[in-house]
Design a protein around this ligand. Structure first.
Ligand code: NAD
Length: 374
């Protein structure tokens, strides 16, 4: 909590595009918005919230999962807060109309979001929920995976099957510019934390990784205050379960990051606790940071949608990331994170993080409890 007098709000008037989406998406986003509005009042900045349709609800309303009005609202905003999209009702649609393919991928592409930040934080109060033994996770974990999101083997060409159908190819390609910009994100993130950066590659086998490592060493000269190490991806996968506390910030290319960030997230025990940020290159319109899209890692959880049971903490922590990275409102961001930690310390649990036999609370009560501790 900050006890300082709220600073002047002049010039601190931000617009957030709010995309609830499907299933529990609107429920967790509503909770996060309430926290955001409370914080804005406390820290004397103003928020203009711009709701827009995305995913299955957008398809139902206007026949496309990503209406152009939604994209325009995102372009005009300082940041985007997204819930989740998808659900069984939409699974049989053609791929381009399916919420995940037709909305999430184009959103990232159109908004130029090339850097994915996935913190894996195991709050001490939830240590028993980790997939790892207590002596390995100790009194909590806090690491950040910075993943390149728009290059590498998922996008390189050639890609496809040979004409005779007897072989297939995917190409891992990276330009100097693509590598430099994601490494800068990694170094800057390390600077905001404990100034340790581990760059993960496969430089013993892959040319693209040797190129990556070379550029990483070059760029490190601009960050003499950050301790840089390199690790091969196979070793990193092992070290994450052997001794995860050795890591602070990991920066890596697209496919390695895809796999390692999922592995790291499991160390924290629950999908309902995991936030994420996808950042672009452009500055946010009025914020003092970078334009980005913020969302929980979990999906639309159709099995609990509409029941008031969803854990809103991943989306609330995503909002803290939005305040930090896109608005430059660090005090408000830290306040939210501390309020979440305090709520967990006090023993409040939604059903997904409650040990057997322990009473749980719903979305609304969890949101109220966070606000009460801000
Ligand atoms: P899911 O993450 O929606 O749910 C997996 C399990 O975790 C479910 O049992 C669910 O109840 C639980 N869960 C998830 N979030 C929770 C929360 N906040 N609180 C409490 N419990 C929570 O994954 P799924 O079931 O594989 O996918 C459901 C739909 O979501 C699918 O249509 C999928 O394509 C979509 N999806 C969307 C995104 C996204 O929008 N970014 C991500 C993943 C999945």
């Amino acid at each position: 909590m900050s006890d300082q007098t709220p600073p002047e709000s002049v010039g601190r008037d931000y617009t957030i595009a709010v995309l609830g989406g499907d299933g529990i998406g609107p429920e967790v986003v509503n909770a996060a918005v309430r926290v955001a509005v409370h914080c804005a009042a406390k820290y004397a900045f103003s928020l203009t919230l711009q709701p827009a349709l995305v995913g299955g609800v957008a398809y139902d309303a206007v026949g496309t999962p990503l209406p152009s009005e939604t994209l325009q609202a995102c372009h005009r905003a300082d940041a985007v807060l997204l819930g989740a999209v998808g659900g069984p009702k939409y699974d049989s649609l053609p791929p381009a109309l399916r919420p995940e393919v037709g909305a999430l991928l184009p959103l990232r592409k159109e908004l130029g979001l090339f850097a994915n930040l996935r913190p894996a934080r195991l709050f001490p109060a939830l240590a028993s929920a980790s997939a790892l033994r207590a002596d390995i996770v100790g009194d909590g974990l806090d690491l950040l995976v910075v993943r390149e999101l728009t290059g590498g083997i998922y996008f390189g060409s050639p890609k496809g099957r040979s004409a005779d159908g007897l072989s297939a190819v995917d190409t891992c390609t990276y330009s100097r510019g693509e590598i430099e910009r994601i490494l800068h994100v990694g170094f800057r993130a390390a600077r905001q934390r404990s100034r340790r950066l581990c760059s993960v590659d496969k430089a013993n086998v892959l040319e693209s990784s040797r190129f990556w490592r070379e550029i990483c060493v070059e760029i490190s000269a601009q960050y003499p205050d950050v301790a840089l190490t390199h690790m091969l991806v196979d070793n990193c996968a092992m070290q994450l379960v052997r001794d995860p506390r050795q890591f602070d910030v990991i920066v890596t290319e697209n496919m390695f990051g895809d796999i390692l960030s999922d592995e790291a997230s499991m160390l924290t025990g629950s999908l309902g606790m995991l936030p994420s940020a996808s950042l672009g290159e452009a500055s946010s319109a009025r914020g003092r940071g970078t334009f980005g899209m913020y969302e929980p890692v979990h999906g639309s959880a159709p099995d609990i949608a509409g029941k008031g049971l969803a854990n809103p903490l991943a989306t609330i922590i995503s909002t803290a990331m939005l305040f930090r990275h896109s608005l430059g409102e660090e005090d408000a961001a830290a306040d939210i994170e501390q309020a979440v930690a305090a709520v967990l310390e006090a023993g409040l649990r939604t059903a997904d993080i409650a040990p057997a036999g322990i009473a749980s609370v719903g979305t609304e009560a969890m949101c109220e409890a966070v606000i009460a501790r801000l």
